[in-house]
Structures are given as structure tokens and as C-alpha cells.
Design a binder for this molecule. Sequence first.
Ligand code: FNR
Length: 228
Amino acid sequence: MPTTPANAGVVRYLVFSGSLREGSLNTRLARLAAGVIEAHGGQVDTAAMSDFDAPSFDQDAQTESGLPAGALEFQRRLEVTDAVVIASPEYNASMPGVLKNAIDWVSRVRPQPFNERHCLLMSASPSMVGGNRGLWALRVPLEHLGSRVYPDMFSLAQAHLALDDGGQIASDSLRDRFEAVIVNFMSLAEASKHYPCMKSAWIEFLGERPDPALDAAAIPASAQVAGR
Ligand code: FNR
């Protein structure tokens, strides 16, 4: 009989910022997202964009040497995660080149690691649009590669003012919205991983013993958002 890893029921999230900058607003937002995920029972792997940095994609270089170290690291960490959260800066109404470059490198891997992976996008910017246009650009390659990009996104406008000295989102209503988007995304990622209906059907028809570690829907009541 196959054995079940102890953490098989836990949903794993790769969380990273698309900025290389020291003191990045998006890195601060990514850290806040990681905290919310952990507070609601998710397992977080926090990465830095520098972990995935790679030379500009060159198909000749790929043919000669394969993927560079940063791309291999991105691939490795994608393959062991269930879902991805990216906080990305907006550069000239689009995504940072370093992030697109990393995606392009990893897209060469087969099986292609973005395929069917759930993804939540967020952004922070000093501007009034909060970097939101860049997220629409970022959706394009991710969806093209088969990622399940969550419909809701979160963009923090005037982020240099919106984050307080403690690094938290100062406005109660914005903080509630931020947490709700993440928790709702977690519900989807969790359901996708465990398929609660299928699981109960298996228990019913195959006589499996219920296992609370695997029977999904293990989201604490505090994490459930009314109306979703
Ligand atoms: C920017 N910035 C920016 N902001 C924005 O809201 N819309 C935009 O189109 C751009 N374009 C842009 C281009 C380039 C080349 C730079 C360097 C910056 C401002 C950017 O959002 C701001 O610097 C953020 O603070 C960058 O994110 P991090 O590094 O703080 O996470």
C-alpha cells in the first residue's frame, strides 16, 4: 500500500517578489502575504527574485549548456510547490524584464512546470494605480503556460504611504481586502489539491478509512470568508 508523507495534507506556496531592489515595496508585500498564508495553515517557501536571476534567454545557450543556475532553481522550487504568489513591480505598464526572463527560461522545461499551477498576483507601487497594469501583462505568459491565474488580484497604490512603520498595511479596510484575496485563493488551491468531493466519494465507494490529514477542507473557520 502506498505510504502518505506526513505533510501530504498541507498546501505549499512559493512566495516571491519580482523586484531585485533592496528595500523593495513588493518584497515587503510578499512578506505580508507569506505571513497571512502561514497564519491560515499554508506552508510557505519564501524566495527572492535574485534566486531566479539568469542571463538573458538565448536559445543557443540553452542548446549548448541547458538552463542556467537561477532558472534551474526556479524550476526546482516550482515543481515542489502547489501554488505561487508573486508580488511584482510595474515597469512601464508591464512586468519587470528579470521576471519575464525567468519565466521564459523555465518555460523550456518539460513537463512544463507552470502548467496547472495556481497563481496569485499582487503588486505595490508609489503610483495611484499600484502597479496593477503590470499584473495584466504578467497574466499573459502565465496563462499561456497553463497557470491557473486567480481572477482577483491585489494592487497597493501609494505603497510608500500605505505601509506603516511596522511594515503592515495601515488601512483596516485595505488590510481586510488583502487578507480576503489571499484566503479565498488558498481555498481554491486547497480544493484543487485535495478534491474534497472526489475524496469523500472514494471513501464511500472504496471503503477507505477517513484520514483528517487528507480529508481536505481543513481550513480553520477563521480563514473562511463569508459569501465565498
Ligand atoms: C517604474 N515605476 C512604475 N510605477 C508604476 O506604477 N507604473 C509604471 O509604469 C512604472 N514604471 C517604472 C519603470 C521603471 C524602469 C522603474 C525603475 C520604475 C515605479 C515603480 O513602481 C517603483 O519604483 C516601485 O517601487 C518598484 O517596485 P519595488 O522595487 O519597490 O518593489
